[in-house]
Design a protein around this ligand. Structure first.
Ligand SMILES: [Zn+2]
Length: 358
């Protein structure tokens, strides 16, 4: 029986139990190889010299062979976890737990699982999201692409007395009772390249947070991220009607069907939103505009690596985290917070009032 990919051996090839059995040396080696590869050389973060630098065993650090530089550095120097106080083993456990919780893990659950303060777990998870955001592949999508948008956040509380008891509303659409726009309301736009064979689902996902699902936004996103003449499938929302000028554009009428007899659908975009909603409902509970892109990029990454063996996923996380220091999360609890939300704004749009942040 062909099982689900999460039931395969590949999905069990790196476990918390496995990390527990690793020696300090093996854990160190894992971080070293994730950062610099298996060639036994290191890149000095001070001067960039690639060499087998002097290993100072007692300090678990290297000293740069370039005499003018002479810098001492460890495996986490100048990485997202440069100032970490956690033992490497605990850090690796956190990476494995992050990878294995395919719908995301909350900071409080991670804190309780590995025995760290909530604040530590919160920053650790956000540093992983930052690493993923920096490394996400933004090359143009090609072949078959599904696009859609979904409203997230900024819901106005429902009136205490219902106007119409039977009123039902699809959760990705704007609630009908919501006449005025809440300042925190955003749209998550997703563009997904779909496996041409049709049996592996989506191959690569690009997400953005935008103000509105309108034609200017859709056109510009498509222009940047989709190769000309690719096949694009969307629902019949007016935002997508002009895509026909650049693409082989096909639509599905969602009031009638989820896919047409000819196989036109945007099901891979819908599937992304289903995962995203489950993460929000189950872990995050509330997403404000400020960190919305961080969370949805995590969902996109999880979707894209869903068939990748866990050990590779953890290696990817360790590598992504090693590429630079954290811009946003050093000193978060000392009130050094990222000032702005990250929003995709089509060129020529008038500036809008800022979101209500906390
Ligand atoms: Zn150096």
């Amino acid at each position: 029986m062909a099982g689900h990919f999460l039931l395969s051996k590949d999905a069990r090839d790196f476990t918390v139990e496995g990390v527990e059995r690793m020696s300090e040396r093996e854990v160190h080696k894992f971080f070293v190889e994730s950062r610099w590869g298996k060639d036994g050389v290191q890149i000095c973060p001070g001067c960039g010299t690639i060499d087998n630098h002097y290993w100072v065993k007692t300090r678990r650090q290297w000293r740069c062979k370039d005499i003018a530089c002479g810098r001492s550095f460890s495996v986490t120097s100048d990485t997202k976890f440069a100032d970490h106080k956690l033992p490497l083993k605990k850090l690796l456990k956190a990476f494995v737990i992050f990878a294995n919780n395919v719908k995301g893990i909350s900071a409080s659950a991670l804190a309780r699982t590995i025995g760290v303060a909530y604040q530590t777990a919160f920053v650790l998870l956000h540093k992983l999201r930052e690493s993923i955001m920096e490394c996400s592949n933004k090359d143009q999508l090609d072949g078959l692409v599904h696009i859609d948008g979904a409203y997230v956040s900024g819901r106005i509380r429902k009136p205490r007395v219902k106007k119409k008891a039977t009123e039902t509303q699809h959760r990705d659409k704007k609630p009908q009772w919501q006449s005025s726009k809440h300042p925190n309301q955003r749209v998550v736009m997703v563009l997904r390249e779909v496996d041409p064979e049709g049996n592996k689902g989506s191959i690569r996902t690009i997400v953005h947070v935008v103000r509105a699902e309108d034609s200017r936004t859709a056109e510009e996103l498509a222009k940047i991220y989709i190769k000309r003449d690719a096949k694009v499938m969307t629902d019949e929302a007016p935002a997508y009607s002009s895509l026909i000028e650049r693409y082989d554009h096909l639509t599905v009428n969602h009031s009638k069907e989820f896919s047409t007899d000819d196989g036109v659908s945007n099901n891979q975009a819908e599937s992304f939103f289903a995962r995203m909603r489950r993460m929000v409902i189950g872990q995050v509970h509330r997403v404000t505009p400020k960190y919305m892109l961080d969370y949805v990029t995590e969902v996109a990454w999880r979707e894209d690596v869903r068939r990748t063996p866990t050990s590779r996923q953890v290696g990817m996380l360790a590598n992504a985290a090693s590429r630079s220091t954290s811009k946003w999360w050093r000193g978060y609890w000392q009130m050094k917070k990222r000032p702005e939300e990250i929003l995709f704004v089509p060129t020529g749009s008038p500036p809008k009032p800022a979101a209500v942040s906390r």
